[in-house]
Ligand binder design. Structure first.
Ligand code: AMP
Length: 533
């Protein structure tokens, strides 16, 4: 086949909402992550590395069944090995045997029978072999599918005109639903956030028995099926810190925020603004939420569809609304600060006092409620310039009931934050940070000519690299001009030339590419010279 007639090969691109972080950016990413390791360690935080996959139930229970994350943004899947059951289930879900009635009644009947028989036989077998669990959904399928099938077969056999396609569709759709609900394995998901995983690990590894509060941090990718835009991705990265243990002293909140601000200062984030709020606890929040719901009912007609829905599901989230026309209405709503119980008020006042002790500037924002269900008392957020509408670089808050909710000891308290690494990088880049130059620093390009020089070049490259220099060693011999041209294009600072003359004299020729200054040096002299540059 000539090249012109060959089929065009598909070129792949990264999928929607995810992206590659290229070498020109990774120096900044590494700097940001390394600084977090350094700063957090000085506050006695210890790193924990967590899996990116978890049981979906973990997030449904913690983040909240009604939250956007759980209802629409989760990347979830069933975990099971290959099984014919899966194929038979797919066949049922994707087929419509009733259509065959137009061609032949026998084909339609056979198709209903074969699809359901194969699926039911495989399902029974899998249950007997213990390959899948006899869950309520499996029992419903084992009982319901034969019943629906018999009804459908009876109806089909009544003759072509007795039943309409839509009547026949009812039992078939029920069969499909029963098949679809049959779970073949565990429901897993890619983690949408880290707090629930940290808490899961804390409980699983009995960390509540450790003395005092446990300070943990982690970093890595999170996954949410969001509408991609600047600063909003489907795979994004977070740097996450959590404090778990028996104490909920306000000093913990203040120190955690202090660590965050020290960190932002260290990475030289300019113009970061800290907002704080208290959203009460289970003693005072429910009454406030009811009051809010009542007020929102009064203005329901003036709100958009999202806020209207949230009046029922989660009225606090209405305060998060960015819809222009709702702002004036929201400003008049009752504020939680005026409804805090005395314990929550005292806690909040002390957090603010302790932030003051640490010289940390903040602004109070009564509308800062945070999207996730588990937050209580202190909430906080940090915004940074250069990010457009997605200007939050970090969000956090206290979640004292979460450990208990996930099966851990009741008395355990918790607080944490998540920095959006992608947005931190964006903000630093907008402010002119560029570490790519530091990363691309090629110190030495070794241009060698002849077999003897190659042997010497290999040894020299190893020793220079051991000494910490960045060295490029061509794998194959090149002509002199081409080798030096290459060194230029790679932006090497020096070319080290090794030819017959150099080998014979036991020296190297080093050329500084910026000004073409050239000299002959022994290896120790070369080392000292490179170090002085
Ligand atoms: P959250 O876990 O929603 O409290 O978010 C904490 C921080 O993570 C936010 O302040 C953002 O900086 C960042 N973040 C959340 N969702 C995304 C996303 N889809 N893309 C990029 N960053 C995000």
């Amino acid at each position: 086949m000539s090249s012109s007639t060959q089929p065009k090969k598909r070129q792949f691109q990264s999928i929607k909402g995810v992206r590659d972080i290229l070498p020109s950016e990774t120096a900044l990413w590494n700097h940001i992550e390394n600084t977090a390791h350094e700063v957090f360690a000085t506050f006695c935080f210890r790193e924990i590395r967590l899996p990116v996959m978890e049981n979906i139930e973990l997030f449904a229970r913690s983040v909240g069944e009604e939250s956007d994350i759980v209802t629409k943004e989760m990347f979830s899947f069933e975990e099971y090995g290959w099984t014919p059951l899966d194929t038979f289930r797919r066949n049922i879900i994707s087929s419509n045997p009733i259509d065959y009635r137009k061609v032949s009644l026998t084909i339609a009947v056979d198709s209903v029978k074969s699809h359901t028989d194969r699926f039911l036989t495989a399902l029974n077998e899998a249950v007997e072999l213990g390959e899948i669990q006899k869950t309520p959904e499996v029992i419903a399928a084992l009982q319901g599918i034969p019943k629906q099938r018999d009804e459908l077969l009876q109806a089909l056999q009544c003759g072509p005109n007795e039943w309409s396609d839509s009547d026949l569709g009812v039992p078939w759709n029920e069969i499909r639903r029963l098949a679809r609900d049959t779970r073949l394995g565990e429901q897993l998901c890619l983690r949408p956030e880290a707090t629930a995983s940290v808490v899961r690990a804390y409980i699983e590894h009995g960390m509540h028995t450790l003395p005092g509060n446990v300070k943990l941090y982690c970093m890595g990718p999170m996954f949410r099926r969001e509408r991609p835009q600047k600063g909003r991705y489907r795979q994004f990265y977070q740097i996450d810190a959590e404090v778990l243990g028996p104490s909920d002293a306000p000093g913990i909140d203040a120190e955690l925020i202090e660590m965050l601000m020290v960190y932002f200062e260290r990475v030289q984030l300019q113009g970061a603004t800290l907002y704080i709020n208290s959203i009460g606890d289970k003693n005072c929040r429910p009454a406030y939420v009811e009051r809010l719901r009542g007020e929102l009912q009064n203005v329901r007609d003036k709100l958009g569809p999202d806020s209207q829905r949230r009046i029922e599901t989660n009225p606090l989230r209405v305060l998060d609304s960015k819809v222009e026309g709702e702002q004036a209405i929201i400003e008049k709503l009752p504020r939680i600060a005026e409804h805090l119980c005395s314990d929550c008020r005292a806690h909040y006042e002390e957090v603010k006092r302790q932030l003051g002790l640490r010289g940390i500037a903040f602004q109070e924002n009564w509308r800062l409620v945070r999207g996730l269900d588990y937050y209580m008392r202190t909430t906080f957020e940090i915004t940074a310039p250069g990010l457009g509408s997605q200007n939050a670089v970090c969000g956090g808050g206290r979640y004292d009931g979460l450990v208990e909710m996930l099966g851990g000891p009741a008395a355990t308290k918790g607080i944490g934050f998540a920095i959006g690494t992608d947005r931190l990088v964006l903000s630093l880049q907008e402010a002119g940070a560029d570490l790519s130059v530091r990363q691309s620093g090629l110190d030495v390009y070794i241009a060698w000519f002849g077999a003897a020089a190659q042997t010497m070049a290999i040894g020299l490259a190893r020793r220079l690299r051991d000494a910490g220099f960045v060295v490029e060693l061509p794998a194959a011999e090149m002509k002199f001009g081409k080798a030096l041209g290459f060194a230029d294009r790679l932006k090497a600072r020096h070319a080290v030339i090794l030819g017959e003359d150099e080998v014979a004299a036991g020296v190297v020729t080093v050329k500084r590419l910026a000004d073409a200054k050239q000299q002959k040096l022994t290896e120790p002299e070369l080392n000292a010279y490179l170090r002085s540059q």
